[in-house]
Design a protein around this ligand. Structure first.
Ligand code: LMR
Length: 393
């Protein structure tokens, strides 16, 4: 019977890691999967996390199970950063649970909406490929609208039309900040409008916040999420600490539900617990415990925020250099300067993507998505020159 299973393609994004590793060229450049890199091309463990890990090893006296909700100290400590210090649980209307990374959180959110009777997810195109993949695996239909127009700005007409055409039983999946893969975020005024549109259409928002602090700042990057939450009665929030705490392989995330009636929270979250039990039972502890220790300690919190500021500043500098290069070959790099987070899409054709890999050893997604953090003072000119050569006529 197992022979009935068909060969599945490797995940195109994750396959890039192996392709890059197998390339023997010393000057190869990795602009593939979304990990932050320093100006030296490294992805170090945050200093604040290292300190918290030392403390954890010294002080943790048991590794006994915590339950499907994981480390609730971690879940609660994050809330003021996500939902605002003034009312982190919005008057008892928000509760969360720990998940294995942002993907675990999205998986639970989408499984919960499926169980609740939703049948279709409205999502901007392009999106992070795993969004569609999880929906497909759960049997949720996906309805796509253009995220951005040819002018490189969010396509507001497209989202207006998508929301206007929504039916009962639809939810909408939005990137809270640092849109993956385009880097094109909504302005505050656009979020204001979107919040109103969603509320009016009575759509359930699912907000994926995987890059808080890597766009404009921790508070700034939460604007859209908070704006939507004050407008609607219910929402699900999928949060990742993989990037903003640099904990990628430790898989640290959280799922939050906001409801209108606090007395319903326990029942609604029991579905998250039950789905988690049937999937991974309980989330891995180490990374989340380290985040909790950072957030419980003022000095470590300040150190973490400072490290995050440095990451954001470096990515801004890279973006400024690309933007200053302007038109190179057949593409314009200027829009990259105004985009946010790790990613931007350069309009390479599929052949040009292959040529960048084969001729220049520069690896990025087939969509033309580059991870700007992979560019350093040592390699950025090579990238610009290769882009000019490959896309030039
Ligand atoms: C990415 O988009 O590169 C990251 O979110 C990593 C991943 O899991 O795809």
């Amino acid at each position: 019977m197992l022979s009935n299973l068909q060969q599945q393609p490797a995940d195109a994004l994750l396959a890039l890691i192996k392709l890059f590793d197998a390339d023997p060229r010393a000057d190869k450049i990795d602009l593939g999967v979304g990990v932050y890199r320093t100006g030296q091309g490294d992805t170090p463990v945050f200093g604040a996390i290292k300190a918290a890990e030392r403390k954890l090893v010294a002080e943790q006296d048991s590794k006994a199970y915590l339950g499907p909700e994981g480390d609730m100290g971690f879940v609660t400590a994050l809330m003021p950063y996500i939902f605002g210090k003034a009312s982190p649980d919005m008057g008892g209307r928000i509760e969360g649970m720990q998940t294995p990374g942002g993907t675990g959180s999205l998986r639970l959110a989408l499984a919960m909406v499926k169980r609740a009777g939703y049948s279709r997810v409205i999502v901007g195109k392009p999106s992070w490929p795993n969004h569609n993949q999880i929906c497909a695996d759960l049997g949720l239909a996906v309805s796509e609208f253009n995220h951005a127009g040819a002018d490189g700005k969010p396509d507001m007409d497209a989202i207006r039309a998508a929301v206007a055409g929504a039916a009962e039983g639809d939810c909408i999946l939005l990137h809270g900040c640092c849109h993956n893969p385009t880097g094109i975020d909504y302005s505050n005024a656009q979020w204001d409008e979107i919040a109103g549109l969603i509320a009016e259409a009575k759509l359930l928002p699912i907000i994926d916040l995987a890059y808080q602090g890597l766009g404009l700042g921790m508070e700034e990057d939460a604007y859209g999420l908070r704006r939507v939450l004050v407008a609607v009665p219910e929402a699900l929030i999928a949060y990742s600490c993989d990037k903003n705490f640099g904990l990628y392989r430790d898989r640290v995330g959280a799922l939050y539900a906001m409801v209108s009636d606090p007395t319903e929270l326990g029942r609604i979250m029991s579905n998250g617990h039950n789905l988690a039990r049937a999937s991974w039972s309980q989330p891995p502890d180490h990374g989340a415990a380290a985040v909790r220790l950072v957030l419980e300690d003022e000095t470590l919190t300040a150190q973490w925020l400072d490290e995050l500021d440095q990451m954001r500043d470096r990515m801004r500098q890279v973006r400024a250099i690309l933007a200053a290069a302007g038109k190179v070959g057949g593409v314009d790099l200027a829009p990259v300067g105004g985009q946010n987070g790790l990613f931007s899409i350069i309009p390479f054709t599929p052949d040009q993507v292959q040529e960048m890999r084969s001729r220049h050893g520069i690896y990025f997604a087939g969509s033309g998505r580059i991870n700007v953090a992979g560019l350093t003072t040592a390699n950025i000119q090579n990238f610009i020159d290769a882009t000019a050569e490959v896309t030039g006529v």
